[in-house]
Design a protein around this ligand. Structure first.
Ligand code: PLP
Length: 291
């Protein structure tokens, strides 16, 4: 069965300050964003009609654009208001939001200084990222042959579209081998994250997670660290090497889309969907729903 294409849907997209019918929210094939990856985006979720951490996501969108030197034509408050407006326009209550900003077509070449920045925000109803059954058993990860680049090689603090080329290559490689997602090592060979989510491990009742010095310090990551600390759980942000993996009992991913997702296997190594993963998944679910 053919998948329903994302550009062929009913609904409305906020684009450059206006509400545009979904199928007409287009940009030109010559735009700089397409040719040279001058494009940044966000992924956000709304629960019970409220966007979770809307301000943090708007701030990160503007910060990502600034890292790429892309002038951003709206304030954080304007983006927050636009997100609420597009949710209301589409009647989305529990869903996903995709703000995206890209450079236009005024200039063709590597320099983009003469281009204007376009911004669009789409939203749609969206259930859990991973198959719910897999969430209970834990998803499977395989170490990617591709690595996260050094921070002086790529703008790793920006949620820049260009960085996802590595993620897509990695995800395709591991999907071909029958795994759900890729474990990304960084340029030093340290454990970094998954392709669209951060990673945590549990050992002796304590949480371990890599230092986000060459990948996104996710909003969910920071939220889960705060929830863990509130619950009296020790959180160690530290270097983690592949040879450390057998010492951990539990493993989970965090991300807007993934929420808190248990990992059951990395390569040939098994992890239990244990008490800390379940506890933090539960507290995170309550928090996002405002309970
Ligand atoms: C590469 C990558 N790492 C981590 C994350 C998690 O970030 P957040 O929790 O802000 O969604 C994401 C998702 O945006 C991502 O794409």
């Amino acid at each position: 069965m053919a998948l329903l294409s994302f550009d062929d849907r009913d609904g409305t997209i906020w684009m450059n300050g206006e509400m545009v019918p979904w199928r007409e929210a287009k940009t030109h094939v010559i735009c700089h964003g397409l040719h040279y990856a001058n494009c940044v985006f966000e992924g956000e979720r709304a629960y019970n009609g409220k966007i979770f951490k809307s301000k943090e996501h708007a701030e990160r969108l503007l910060a990502s654009a600034e890292i790429l030197g892309m002038p951003f034509p709206y304030s954080v408050e304007e983006i927050m208001a636009a997100k609420d407006a597009v949710m209301e326009e589409n009647g989305v209550v529990d869903g996903y939001l995709r703000p995206v900003a890209w450079r236009g077509s005024e200039q063709m070449g590597i320099s983009a200084k003469q281009t204007t920045t376009h911004v669009a925000i789409a939203c749609w109803e969206w259930p859990s990222y991973f198959d719910p059954e897999k969430r209970e058993k834990g998803i499977t990860l395989k170490t990617s042959p591709w690595r996260k680049p050094a921070p002086d090689t790529a703008p790793s603090k920006s949620k820049a579209a260009g960085l996802y080329m590595i993620g897509t290559l990695s995800k395709h490689t591991v999907e071909d081998a029958g795994y759900d997602d890729a474990l990304m090592l960084d340029y030093r060979g340290q454990v970094a994250e998954a392709t669209g989510a951060n990673i945590f491990f549990v050992k002796g009742g304590e949480l371990y997670t890599p230092v986000p010095d060459c990948f996104l310090d996710g909003i969910t990551r920071r939220t889960v660290i705060a929830l863990a600390k509130d619950a009296g759980i020790t959180v160690k942000e530290t270097k983690i090497f592949p040879e450390d993996l057998p010492t951990f009992e539990e493993c989970f991913l965090t991300g807007t889309a993934a929420e808190v997702t248990a990992v059951g296997k990395i390569d040939d190594l098994s992890f239990t969907v244990g008490p800390l993963t379940k506890q933090l998944r539960g507290t995170y679910e309550k928090l996002v729903r405002g309970e």
